[in-house]
Design a protein around this ligand. Structure first.
Ligand SMILES: [Zn+2]
Length: 252
């Protein structure tokens, strides 16, 4: 029987059953298969992968695996200098627009708070996420690895944490987004961009006490929601500070 040797590096091991992590895996080749098919048969989404080496040479997803191959699979955010080798995608992975899968609503709001263009509905069908991601070149953030196996999704990230605040810190760290943060530039409700406005233009939206104590206002250009520096704002400011502490728990 034809066999190949496979090894997954760094956080790609998160997707493997414990017995297969950080070890060389022997795979029985029962049919003609691309390296993408072989990798995804282990449940590792192709969007997580930056580089594949077959016998020390970089190959793309369509490479047909040969008996005796030694395949090394590296994650997209592995801090390896792979620039002399072929990357799997022509465009960088860091188009900073996101589309967020169902049930990650708080993550979506937090990313908007930090100024990231983030689409979210709690009822997106997978097909629609895949379509929008492709059309708008958005990075898909999901806790559903099957979604990331959609062929048309080229940029995606499997969110490990199930706690919203930890999810934000994880994404900032793993995608190295710290230099792209612009807090309070996007509407938390609808993802619209915010603009400074004169008080009288939002006057009708204000409670009497807000009208009395605040003079500077911003407004969402899409849905019209007004924002001001009230107590809610201060909470949000503290949250931003918490997110921007550049630390993430070591995974290993
Ligand atoms: Zn809005």
């Amino acid at each position: 029987m034809a066999q190949v040797q496979l090894r997954f590096y760094e956080e790609l091991n998160d997707f493997l059953p414990p017995a297969l992590r950080k070890t060389t895996i022997t795979y029985e080749l029962t049919r003609r298969a691309s390296v993408k098919d072989v990798i995804e048969s282990f449940g590792v989404p192709h969007t997580e992968i930056e580089l594949i080496l077959a016998n020390g040479r970089s190959v793309d997803f369509s490479y047909i695996v040969q008996a005796g191959d030694r395949i090394s699979v590296y994650p997209m955010f592995e801090a390896l200098d792979i620039s002399p080798l072929i990357r799997l995608r022509e465009k960088p992975l860091r188009e900073l627009r996101f589309i967020i899968d169902a049930n990650l609503g708080r993550l979506a709001r937090y990313l908007r708070l930090l100024g990231f263009d983030t689409l979210y509905r709690n009822n997106y069908p997978d097909q629609e996420i895949a379509r929008i991601a492709q059309q708008d070149r958005r990075i898909v953030l999901t806790r559903d690895r099957a979604l990331l196996q959609h062929k048309s999704i080229t940029h995606g990230y499997f969110v490990r944490s199930d706690k919203p605040r930890e999810q934000v810190k994880e994404i900032l760290a793993r995608l190295d987004l710290y230099d792209h943060v612009h807090p309070f530039t996007r509407c938390l409700r609808c993802n619209g961009e915010m603009e400074d406005v004169e008080k009288h233009t939002v006057d009708h939206q204000l409670q009497p006490r807000t009208r009395q104590y605040y003079d500077r206002f911003r407004r969402c250009t899409a849905c019209g929601q007004a924002y001001w520096r009230g107590s809610h704002f201060e909470r949000m400011e503290r949250l931003c500070e918490e997110f921007l502490i550049k630390r993430i728990n070591d995974r290993d």
